[in-house]
Design a protein around this ligand. Sequence first.
Ligand SMILES: [Zn+2]
Length: 359
Amino acid sequence: MHPIMREHITLIDAGPSSMRFYCCHRAEVVTYAIDEVGGRAVSLADGRRALGDILKQLDKQDLTHSDLEAFFRGLIDDNIFRDAASDSNVEFGPNYEARLKRQLVYFSGLAPAGRTGRDIQDSLLRSRVLIVGAGGGGSHMAVQLAGVGVGNLTIVDHDRVEIGNLGRQIFYAGRVGELKVEVLKSVIENISPETAVTTHVEKLTRDAEWLGEILPKVDLVINCADYPSMDETSRWLFDACYPRKIPLIPAGGYNGHMTSVPPTLIPGNSTCWHCYEKTTAKKVSPFGKLKLSEMKSGVFLPATVAMAALQMPEIVRVLTGCEAPRFINRRGEFDLNTCALRVEEVPPTPGCRTCEGTA
Ligand SMILES: [Zn+2]
């Protein structure tokens, strides 16, 4: 064992009888009762020294190797320390490393025991994500995915940039008339040269043939296509992803200062899109016969940015497995005016073979 403090942990002090650590991930102070030897042991644990070396330097007759191992094992189990001897030694290119230095510290807090922040980042770098739709939601989503260091993005859209897009699709400024996927690709090349971008000029339809070629090459699909509606495109994509066991995150649905956080769809492990639609359709519309799609709805730019930001932690959870996804069987709605997030349960339907993954 080569113990070392995790990157997101700060030692506040190591007094004669206690030591205190600040954990930035949980925003809390953790206190341990120790003696003077414990404080010295912590200061010697730099990830290069093995336990035997630390023991030798402590020079305490009554302290055994197994005592010291138990001491550090407790700190490792609490995610305050990690064992550098079992690290996977992931290496990144120098620019990628330098750019994502602070995110690596954040991911250290996210990493479960036995994994490091670098492992989480490496999982993102190896991930392959398909974004369908490069409009208001999709453009912010693609840029944020590249920003957090996802290694492979496939973007599908058939539209060209129009002046009316620029109020919420800010990355397309000065590129009116060009294909959105091509402009987005050039934007991402500047943000994250390590992200390989594949573009397809295609329209999403119920039985789009191009899906059959792309889906086997991706780990996750993010739906940002809202024509003819988010419900319809999510239904089409769910039906294509489900037999291939590919997770789908619908990411759209904003209206004024409200943005929705649809449920994460993991085939066989969550409510299916069809049951989700039935659950939401059961609610009585306050607008009588007027459909949502028939209503005039303004869009406030921050709602599109918030939508991508609210989904990003869930996307990282699904791609890296650092934690269990939190929006399985749940959906949310975020109000930018009040900062209130309303979350409701959307459970699988008992007996639905699609929800159960047996269809
Ligand atoms: Zn179902």
